[in-house]
Design a protein around this ligand. Sequence first.
Ligand code: ATP
Length: 148
Amino acid sequence: MIKPAALIKQTSAGGVIFRRLANGIEIALVSVKGGKAWCLPKGIVDKGETPEMTAVREVREETGLTGRIVDKLGDINYWYYIKGENAKCRKSVSFYLMEYLRGNTADHDAEVDSAEWFSLNTALEKISYRGDRSILEKANARLKESEA
Ligand code: ATP
């Protein structure tokens, strides 16, 4: 008999970290799956952490960049299947807009294949998942508003 998949829930948090340069705004993305997918940095909310703490920590670990939260952008949800555990996971991720303070993308951790700064337009072209794109579009709108 085929065992039905278990249902599990995961809560993560992450960020859109930005910097203003003379020729425009840049944001940082990370690549995974051998460079095939480009995503916003994020990770699981650990016990005792607020989503804001997780977002700052995960952005720092995955991109090498330290930022400070300036706004909440919103939440996304998706399902994925964890093969080894025969489990279906519903993941919820809260995203924050973060101003870059310091750090270098060369210092990303081994959870990702690379971390890179991109112009907002290039990031919108590169980003792999619809949910991440909707968050990046919100960030784009907020950043353009604050420039006006
Ligand atoms: P975390 O970064 O929260 O610790 P993880 O790296 O273990 O999590 P995910 O990044 O959620 O796991 O990836 C699990 C599966 O979900 C992968 O197959 C991935 O391709 C897919 N995935 C990742 N981000 C999204 C998204 N925004 N929308 C839909 N599917 C996604």
